[in-house]
Design a protein. Sequence first.
Length: 243
Amino acid sequence: MARIFITGSADGLGKAAAQTLLTDGHEVVVHVRNEQRLTAVQDLVTQGAVVLVADLAVLEQTRDLARQVNSLGPMDAVIHNAGVYSEPSVLPVNVVAPYVLTALISRPKRLVYLSSGMHKGGQPNLDDMDWSGQRVTGTYSDSKLFVTTLAAAIARRWPDVFSNSVDPGWVPTKMGGPNAPDDLRLGHLTQEWLATSDAAEARTTDGYWHHQRRVARHPAADDLKFQAQLLDALARATGVSLP
């Protein structure tokens, strides 16, 4: 059985993935934004999950979350699930936090980053991005292009780690809305599969997945120059260098 850390586990796809993985017998570490959200994961804690608290919109709290995770011992997989749609915290939560946690958490065997089909509308332009969230700069689509590019960059730099990004589809979560047309179960199945499965396809890297199928991603995610620019921008903005 694997030990898996999932960010943004209070509701939606993160909580659904945590529930399934616990049911399957895995050891799960969940995360909520603040202490008021602890009640949202009490059912998971009752089933054996460990819960950590940090606001991913705040850089120092994100750094501290990495320290909390490392204090528990090595993880087999990390699912970077947390995400927001509204400004101004889109870049800090959707991009900066996955980068900082990737850099500071002891390297797991598998990394899974939540992207979106909307990443294809993102612009591969890092000019004037405010990574702190003090100003409204990048869009949600931009943020998902950036995190998809981050996943690809990690796959290239860390060949001993399976690093993949996932389009969960438009599913009926709080973010997706009640009328979203896609299957909620399929929305979190691929993340669980990539984090734990011994299937040959799941034990691969540098993929962009939708419902357990590799699909095409924005060409910018494969651009080595853009990957390097993104990593450099994030390192400068956070003071955290990727090992």
